[in-house]
Design a protein around this ligand. Structure first.
Ligand code: FEO
Length: 169
């Protein structure tokens, strides 16, 4: 059984995961329109991953006899100056999500809710991986100046990403 405080915090995080998927979908659309189909693909898959994260937490609240309470989702941005700015914002957003997960872990420990603490462990690892993946994209983009052939090559590489449904371990 979840405490009221934990239930509220998990519900608030649910909205953040939903906003993440919404944001990445908006970014994906922007890239598609900007003829960066590979980046668009990468971000569309990121959107799917965020929806999976949302589902995991949604299911967990219900499994622990809690109540799901969905909040309003903020409208995401739809335009960026360039692809580097966009990916810097992805990293900034992922760091914000990591902080939110860490706050949930702190609360679970404080309440001696070891079931939730264990459940959240997967998310801690997932966040580290996501931050690292985005950082790698930013690193690659830092070698590219403008929209030359190197950007086209990177776009082709981003097109190879496929969605693999995450499994809660
Ligand atoms: Fe579900 Fe990328 O945080």
């Amino acid at each position: 059984m979840l405490s009221e405080k934990m239930q509220k915090a998990l519900n608030e995080h649910l909205d953040r995961e939903m906003f993440s998927s919404y944001l990445y979908l908006s970014m994906s659309a922007y890239c598609a329109k900007d003829n960066l189909k590979g980046f668009s693909n990468w971000l569309k898959i990121q959107y799917q991953e965020e929806m999976a994260h949302f589902d995991f937490i949604y299911d967990y609240i219900l499994k622990r006899f809690g109540t799901v309470e969905l909040g309003a989702i903020e409208k995401p941005k739809k335009v960026w100056n360039d692809i580097r700015e966009l990916f810097n914002e992805v990293l900034e957003h992922e760091r914000f999500i990591s902080k939110s997960i860490n706050n949930l872990v702190s609360l679970a420990k404080e309440e001696k809710d070891f079931t939730t603490d264990t459940f959240l462990g997967w998310f801690v690892g997932e966040q580290a991986e996501e931050e690292s993946n985005v950082d790698e994209v930013i690193g690659n983009l830092s070698f590219i100046d403008g929209r030359g052939p190197a950007l086209l090559m990177l776009d082709r590489e981003m097109a190879t990403r496929v969605f693999v449904a995450p499994i809660l371990a």
